[in-house]
Design a protein around this ligand. Structure first.
Ligand code: GDP
Length: 336
């Protein structure tokens, strides 16, 4: 065939169907995602989770009384739900850290949470290095929504301490809780203050990936808006109310209705889209490529150090015995 024919005639081998094959396989397997919620109790964590995934995850929850809360240590609970939408299955695990910040003494209250995250990494590391690597259950925490109180002036020392203790282990997404208790102006000011403090204290929260330069303008603008929304101002509600003839999730006040899913009332929709529609895979990738990799490298380093130490101990020359000490046998003073 002549050259022009080669240029115009293109035979397909068929690998253009690869994305479909991958897609079908993943859909069949289903997806999983583990979300952790942390922050002082009473900031609306459970309500928000229920609103986010339209499920009642906390049916059996028992609230503690004040006396119980004084001595309470951070207890971690896990709820799993299977959600299906248009044939796509998502196994969602919510890790809750109830009671956080409740006790009188809150020093190192982040420790059990940090330990929990490490334990999941450890389990994965073991499974991955074990004999049966096929069906590993992945319980690594992909994202931690950190609830900041709307009543303080920016971050409190406990918030700084908590986020700094965890920022190298998990993707932290800060949220400004109960945003309906603030005016729009207050929300704007608080967001700026919190962002400044996050920078000032060197807290590394989850960074949205940069947009490719060839993306269209609309997409770029949305991406910038998302970045400027941090911390997401959220409102949660477990009740459905009627607003302008429509039934919506909202909070009914004597002076009006606050709608959870109304973008001019709060960033709930932005947060949900980010978590579910746009960045779920990136959150998983960063968990695997950065946080888990750090843990793994750390583990391997300390294992190697231990092996070297052990070998040195075994093969180190034995110290000659002090002169005059009776010695049985021959030439047992040392070995190199
Ligand atoms: P958790 O302890 O952090 O899980 O908090 P809960 O979800 O149990 O909520 C504690 C209280 O705050 C409940 O009375 C909720 O009805 C209320 N609440 C939850 N979300 C919001 C919100 O967005 N705004 C307001 N004003 N109250 C909320």
């Amino acid at each position: 065939p002549s050259a022009p024919f080669l240029l115009t005639y293109k035979e397909y081998v068929g690998f253009a169907t690869l994305p479909n094959q991958v897609h079908r396989k993943s859909v069949k397997k289903g997806f999983d995602f583990t979300l952790m919620v942390a922050g002082e109790s009473g900031l609306g964590k459970s309500t928000l989770v229920n609103s986010l995934f339209l499920t009642d995850l906390y049916k059996d929850r028992r609230l503690l009384n004040a006396e119980e809360r004084i001595t309470q240590t951070v207890e971690i609970t896990k709820h799993t739900v299977d959600i299906e939408e248009k044939g796509v299955k998502l196994k969602l695990t919510i890790v809750d850290t109830p009671g956080f910040g409740d006790a009188v003494n809150n020093t190192e209250c982040w420790k059990p949470v940090a330990d929990y995250i490490d334990q999941q990494f450890e389990q994965y590391f073991r499974d991955e290095s074990g004999l049966n690597r096929k069906n590993i259950q992945d319980n690594r925490v992909h994202c931690c929504l950190y609830f900041i109180s709307p009543f303080g002036h920016g971050l409190r020392p406990l918030d700084v301490e908590f986020m700094k203790a965890l920022h190298e282990k998990v993707n932290i997404v800060p949220v400004l809780a109960k945003a309906d208790t603030l005016t729009p102006m207050e929300v704007r000011r608080k967001k700026i203050k919190i962002r400044e403090e996050i920078e000032q204290y060197g807290i590394k929260i989850y960074q949205f990936p940069d947009c490719d330069s060839d993306e269209d303008e609309d997409f770029k603008q949305q991406d910038q808006e998302l970045k400027d929304s941090i911390p997401f101002a959220v409102i949660g509600s477990n009740t459905v109310v009627e607003a302008k003839g429509k039934r919506v999730r909202g909070r009914l006040y004597p002076w009006g209705i606050v709608e959870v899913e109304n973008q001019s009332h709060c960033d709930f929709i932005k947060l949900r889209n980010m978590l579910v529609r746009t960045h779920m895979q990136d959150l998983k990738d960063v968990t695997r490529e950065t946080h888990y990799e750090n843990y793994r490298a750390h583990c391997i380093q300390s294992m190697t150090r231990m092996v070297v130490k052990e070998r040195n101990r075994k093969y180190a020359p034995r110290r000659p015995r002090p002169i005059g000490q009776h010695q049985t046998g021959q030439g047992r003073t040392g070995r190199t």
